[in-house]
Write a protein that binds this ligand. Structure first.
Ligand SMILES: CC(C)[C@H](C(=O)O)[C@@H](O)C(=O)O
Ligand code: SF4
Length: 468
């Protein structure tokens, strides 16, 4: 195996051609598909009389459009029903495994593939979804792609891509109580900006990531794309292998040892060269919350919304836009901002560990008057596990609604939507204008524990005050 970063090694070992444009043709080990970005791709295949080249390397689920309250078919939204039917038909016609509602394995695409052991180190993974970067937590190179690329991968199992630079993002030390993986990535994006990662793969390294669970690493890698990076990854280690061992599609028996040897070999070398290195100190990362309309507009929970004078010149224009859209005054502390809706879920923070952290905060409290709070497990497996642990009961006793798995109000392509100017505390990854289903709805991104704290206090609240 050549020397270098994991990115270089995985890239080189999957390059099967060079195109006249200079782009590389990359073999894709695993193609994940969902109902939103696949129908047109299948239609384009049909128009050209092409078949899915490797149906066994393609796995489907349904997540964006599923209602999280009543999942009875047909869905009351006709368009959603058509979309799920199209996926059902396309999978059937092409021999593709489909984790449909009620299969026990359905859920948000970036939650289910790791759970099934489909996501593995050293793989190339593609999905018509920007948060495919999540899978990099396993030391995979995972790209979000557009619909025409979904078509390309279906037909050829390859992608045409220009090679990325690699930036090492090193975070060292132990996170303070009340500070979570979500805060780490919000802090990184706040520092480097939403465009800081353009042209890069982010390698997350250092003792903070080494100490993180796989679920925490997924939260971080998930939001790489929000920092502009095309993908993000953590080198595989013992934590990765422990998570994977015994999962349905993980290598079994004698294959396991062989796989581990390969996974060890693709680890970035100690003397690998990086195009850039940025170093953070974990102890300096506060519970972080966004105040604006991009994930980079974040501040520590004890800080005030920045004034334009405090911001670099380049950030002022978008800050002005954010003040007026969010109706949050510059110079005013973010803590104490009243919230209307609290959403715990999404591919960033809808995993079992997220629900456990949120439940710890919710337990023994009650959702504040006038606040709607709900918890949406990231998958059927997460839901099952949470119920086995009694988390559903804790949430319900505290006045949270307990829902069925799906993307829910992360993007609101389903009945879960903000109304009017409502302000939401959300464990998701995007706070763009109108993101949560109302054209004037407002989103504050934060960790699931912070969302739970906001729910019981009715306002943005420092979760550390509620930790025992
Ligand atoms: C619908 C899908 C294409 C989209 C994405 O690519 O990310 C969605 O998942 C999102 O989070 O905005
Ligand atoms: S949970 Fe949100 S970010 Fe993740 S795939 Fe669904 S809509 Fe996209």
């Amino acid at each position: 195996m050549s020397k270098g970063t994991l990115f270089d090694k995985v890239w080189d070992s999957h390059t099967v051609g060079v195109l006249p444009s200079g782009q590389k043709q990359l073999f894709i080990g695993l193609h994940l598909i969902h109902e939103v970005t696949s129908p047109q791709a299948f239609a384009m295949l049909r128009e050209r009389g092409l078949k899915v080249l490797f149906p066994e390397r393609t796995v489907a689920t349904v997540d964006h459009i599923v209602p999280t309250d009543n999942q009875a078919r047909p869905f009351s939204d006709r368009l959603a029903e058509e979309m799920i039917q199209a996926l059902e038909d396309n999978c059937k016609q092409n021999g593709i495994t489909f984790y449909n509602i009620g299969s026990g394995s359905q859920g948000i695409v970036h939650v289910i593939a790791p759970e099934q052991g489909l996501t593995q180190p050293g793989m190339t993974i593609a999905c018509g979804d920007s948060h495919t970067s999540t899978h990099g937590a396993f030391g995979a190179i995972a790209f979000g792609i557009g619909t025409s690329q979904v078509r390309d991968v279906l037909a050829s199992q390859t992608l045409a891509l220009a090679k990325l630079k690699v930036r090492k993002i090193e975070v060292n030390g132990t996170l303070k109580p009340g500070v979570y993986a979500k805060d780490v990535i919000l802090h990184v994006i706040r520092t480097l900006g939403v465009k800081g990662g353009v042209g890069y793969a982010y390698e997350y390294a250092g003792t903070t990531f080494e100490q993180m669970s796989m679920e925490e690493r997924m939260t971080v890698c998930n939001m790489s794309i929000e920092g502009g990076a095309r993908c993000g990854y953590v080198n595989p280690d013992r934590v990765t292998y422990e998570y994977l061992k015994g999962r349905k599609f993980a290598p079994q028996d004698s294959e396991w040892e062989k796989a581990v040897a390969w996974w060890d070999s693709i680890h970035s070398d100690a003397d690998a060269e990086y195009d850039d290195v940025v170093v953070f100190d974990a102890s300096e990362i506060p519970p972080t919350v966004t105040w604006g309309i991009t994930p980079a507009q974040g501040i520590g929970i004890n800080q005030a919304v920045p004034t334009t004078e405090e911001l670099p010149a380049d950030d002022r224009f978008i800050a002005e836009e954010a003040y007026s859209y969010m109706d949050l005054a510059p110079g005013k502390p973010i803590e104490g901002t009243k919230v209307d809706v609290c959403f715990i879920g999404s591919c960033t923070n809808g995993r079992i560990s997220d629900l456990r952290e949120a439940a710890k905060i919710a337990e023994g409290h009650h959702v504040a008057q006038g606040v709607k709070a709900f918890v949406v497990p990231g998958s059927e497996l997460v839901k099952q596990q949470a119920e086995a642990e009694g988390l559903d009961k804790i949430f319900q006793a505290a006045g949270f609604e307990w829902r069925e798995p799906g993307c829910s109000m992360c993007l609101a392509m389903n009945p879960d939507k903000l109304e009017g100017r409502q302000l939401s505390a959300s464990s998701s990854n995007r706070n763009f204008k109108g993101r949560q289903g109302s054209a004037s709805g407002r989103t504050l991104l934060m960790s699931p524990a912070m969302v739970a704290a906001a729910a019981v206090k009715g306002e943005v609240y420092d979760v550390r005050e509620l930790l025992n």
